[in-house]
Write a protein that binds this ligand. Sequence first.
Ligand code: EPZ
Length: 437
Amino acid sequence: MSRIWVKGGRRLQGEVTVQGSKNAVLPILSAAVLNPGITELEGVPDIADVRVGIEILRSLGAEIEWQGHRLSIDGRGIRPEPVPEELGERMRSSVLFLGPLLARFGEASVCRPGGCAIGKRPVDLHLEGLRQLGAKFDLSEERIHGRAAELKTVQIRLRLPSVGATQQLVMAACGVTGMVTLSGCAREPEVEALCCFLEAVGVAQIRGAGTSRIRILGGGCCRSTRFFVPGDRIAAGTYLAAAAGTGGTLNVQGISPWQLKRTLQLFRRMGCRIQTGEDFIRISGRAREAVPYLATAPYPGFPTDMQSAFLTLAAAAEGKSVLEETIFESRLSLAEELNRMGAGILVCGRRAEIPGGARLHGASVRGSDLRSTSALARAALMAEGESRVEGWEHAERGYESFTEILSELGGMIRKETEKEENSKVLKNETEEPKVLL
Ligand code: EPZ
């Protein structure tokens, strides 16, 4: 368990080069199973989920060298070993090892991912599609055992544009000598990055990545490859939101603005100035205008992973905002924690009504997932007084050096040492509550 201390009230200023994308590199780590040669990745973020992915590759027999943000994966020794429980349980995306193992070896055994704080998150679309490709499964509470004597050419229609199911089926289709057509696909940039990686390895020719219809011609000849992981659009959006919440000026380098089109429109709508170039975004001014209605949606709609950022900004903006979460069924628990800071948000099912105009104050709060925990740190930077954010291990799953970067930008924020965790009470929590007569 870890936690951070934050004191609000300072504008964030400066420049940050964004980390490599968590949601692009995780499927690419599992796709490296398809390459019996050397895969070299540049721009790999040093985050907890990546470390778990690397341990899984090691447990499958890969030779790994990791220095700074450069990762070398030697796939010659990979075998279809079962993914160890203690690793698979720590990262939902470990289910994405299923497709590549089936494609390369015709067998796979992975952990069955349970639900998490944001929703039940079943993998029925993954299994349905893999069955259509010819795989057979033994399922238990904890595990998925798969076998495929041969994967076949098929046309698969996805009921939902699931990011994970699209990535899973694209990787499995690389094991088919012939054309596989997927429709109803997710169009997220992370799906496109995976397809670019698979083409670079040479394991398949892929058409339509980034659209809802993807065609994969598998059975290609693999070659050793060097691939650059793209910048993390959600991490970039997170830093932009931190600046927008404190009225600061920030230049975010290493990100393609087109990947954040809807998010940048929202910042402009809330009153921020946005300038962009080929690989940078500059934001200035406070997000002070409410947004009457906003709904999350699959890409290119407003990303559910940026929803917590909006909730935090809207709490302090002038006027009422309404947010609808359409992707995950329980991703508004952040509101309860923000209400401890004075946000006054009303949640009804997947809808949040944010009255706005709140002067957030410091408090002890707890994060329950990656994005809500980072949102609480940003709310604390916007608030008056000191805060403590518990559950910081959630944020460390996906953000590299988050507190250090925000501190360099002028924020009063740091991880608490174990000793501090046991002692200190927040200054703004020392006074005895006044009894109003
Ligand atoms: C990816 O999760 C991301 N994770 C999530 O980011 C992101 O929120 C999500 O896509 C949506 O953009 C990674 O890339 C590692 P989905 P994924 O399959 O693939 C339902 C973060 O904070 N569904 O697109 O798991 C599902 O329950 C994380 O970085 C089924 O019903 O998301 C959800 O309601 C959180 N059956 C919806 O589809 C299935 O078989 C979208 O899920 C699969 C999904």
